[in-house]
Design a protein. Structure first.
Length: 396
C-alpha cells in the first residue's frame, strides 16, 4: 500500500474561499459606493443655496411632467405609468414618509401602520359617500384628525413598552381595524363602501377613476407639503428629541427629555400622514373593502422605509418608489414576484443594512483611546527655569 504524499502549501487554493471572496468583493463595491455618496454630498453642500433651489425646482418640475413624458423605461408589462402606476407611487411615498417619523426618526417599531392608513380611508369613505355627503376638502382634514386621535389612543397605553413588545401591540392594532371594518355595516362590512366621490375639479384638471394623472399631480403636491413640513420638524426641538430617543432612550430621560410625550407626538404625526395617504387612496379608487388593508401592506410600507434608509427622507422616498414600482415591473412572475422581492430585501439587508441612502452622521467621530500608554516626555527639557529649579533642588 503506497503512502499518500504529504500536502504542501502549493496544493491549497490561494486566497480566501470563493464565497468569502465574493462577499469581500461585494462589500468593497458597497464601501466604494458609500465613499462616492459622501463625496457627492460634500460637493453638494458647497453648491450655493440659490443654485440648489433651482436644481430642486427643475427636478420637481420633471416629476410633475413624468405622466406626460411616458418614458419607455418606466411603463411595466401590465401597467402603464400614466394610467395606473403613477397614483400608487405617490401614495406609497406619502405612507413611507409618515412611517419614517415613527420608525426612522423616533426609533419605534410599528408593524400595524396600515391601521392608520385604513382609518383615513374609511373616514373619507363614510363622510363623503351616502352616509355624509361632505365634500372631499372637508373630509381630508377630518380624516387626518381622526387618524391622529387613533394614534394617540394607541400610543397612550402602549408607548411605555419597547422593542418587540411594542411591535406586537401595533401589529394587533392593524388587524383590529381591519376586523372592525369587516364587522360593522355602517363601515361597509365585507362588501365594502363604493361610490366614493372624487375631489372637486381644479380648472382643466378633472378627477375621476380613469384620470390617474390628476391624482398623481394631487398626490405629488401632498408629498411636497408633507416633505417640507417633516424636514422642518426634523430640524426643530421635536426632531432633536426624537433623535435622542432613537439613539438611547434611557440617556435621553436622564438628560431631561420627556420621552413619552415626544414618542406620543411621533405616533400622532405619523398616524396623521398615514390618514392623509388613506384618504387619497379611497377617493382615487372610489371603492374600498377590508381586504385592501391586510398585514402584507404594513410589511411593504415598512420595507420601503428600511430599504431606503430609516431616518433619511430622500432615501425613504427612493425606497417607496422602488417598493411600489418593482412588483409591477415583474408582474409577469405572478404571485412569486413577492418571493423574489423578499429575497432581494434579505440580500440587501445582509450587505447594506443601513439602506440605499442612509442618514448622514452629524458631528465628528471620536477615535477610541489607544491601549498603549503615551510616551514619557520630560517637560523640563528646553525650559531654563524648570531645569535650573531641578538642578538647584538636586544640589541642595
Amino acid at each position: 500500500m503506497s503512502e499518500r504524499p504529504p500536502t504542501t502549501g502549493t496544493d491549497l487554493p490561494p486566497g480566501p474561499p470563493p464565497t468569502a471572496a465574493a462577499k469581500l468583493a461585494f462589500g468593497e463595491r458597497i464601501a466604494a459606493a458609500s465613499d462616492s455618496r459622501r463625496r457627492f454630498f460634500a460637493k453638494w453642500q458647497q453648491v450655493p443655496k440659490p443654485a440648489r433651489w433651482v436644481i430642486g425646482i427643475l427636478g420637481l418640475a420633471f416629476c410633475y411632467a413624468l405622466p406626460s413624458l411616458n418614458l419607455p423605461v418606466i411603463p411595466t408589462t401590465g401597467t402603464d405609468f400614466s394610467s395606473m402606476l403613477a397614483g400608487s407611487v405617490v401614495i406609497y411615498v406619502i405612507v413611507a414618509l409618515g412611517l419614517n417619523v415613527v420608525v426612522g426618526m423616533a426609533g419605534l417599531l410599528d408593524l400595524g401602520y396600515v391601521g392608520f392608513y385604513a382609518v383615513g380611508a374609511y373616514t373619507v369613505a363614510v363622510l363623503s359617500s351616502q352616509h355624509g355627503n361632505l365634500p372631499w376638502l372637508i373630509c381630508l382634514p377630518i380624516a387626518m384628525l381622526v387618524s391622529m386621535l387613533s394614534g394617540v389612543l394607541l400610543g397612550a397605553p402602549t408607548l411605555r413598552l419597547r422593542g418587540d413588545y411594542l411591535a406586537i401591540v401595533t401589529l394587533g392594532f392593524g388587524e383590529i381595524i381591519r376586523l372592525l371594518a369587516q364587522r360593522f355595516d355602517w363601515l361597509g362590512a365585507t362588501p365594502g363602501i363604493s361610490n366614493i366621490p372624487p375631489p372637486p375639479n381644479i380648472g382643466p384638471i378633472h378627477f375621476g377613476v380613469l384620470d390617474s394623472k390628476s391624482f398623481y399631480w394631487l398626490g405629488l403636491t401632498m408629498v411636497v407639503i408633507v416633505y417640507f413640513f417633516l424636514s422642518r420638524l426634523e430640524r426643530s426641538r421635536v426632531g432633536r428629541a426624537w433623535t435622542a430617543i432613537r439613539e438611547d432612550e434611557d440617556a435621553a430621560e436622564l438628560m431631561g427629555v420627556p420621552t413619552f410625550k415626544f414618542k406620543l407626538w411621533a405616533f400622532a404625526i405619523g398616524a396623521g400622514v398615514g390618514g392623509m395617504a388613506g384618504s387619497l387612496y379611497a377617493t382615487k379608487t372610489a371603492f374600498i373593502l377590508p381586504q385592501n388593508f391586510e398585514l402584507k401592506l404594513s410589511i411593504l410600507f415598512l420595507a420601503a422605509v428600511v430599504l431606503g434608509g430609516p431616518g433619511n427622507m430622500p432615501g425613504v422616498v427612493i425606497g417607496a418608489v422602488v417598493v411600489a414600482y418593482l412588483p409591477e415591473r415583474f408582474r409577469f412572475l405572478d404571485t412569486s414576484r413577492y418571493f423574489w422581492f423578499g429575497v432581494a430585501l434579505v440580500v440587501m439587508m445582509i450587505f447594506r443594512p443601513q439602506g440605499l441612502l442612509p442618514r448622514r452622521q452629524h458631528g465628528r467621530q471620536v477615535e477610541p483611546p489607544s491601549d498603549d500608554p503615551p510616551p514619557f516626555e520630560d517637560v523640563r527639557e528646553g525650559d531654563p527655569d524648570l531645569e535650573g529649579g531641578a538642578h538647584g533642588t538636586a544640589t541642595a
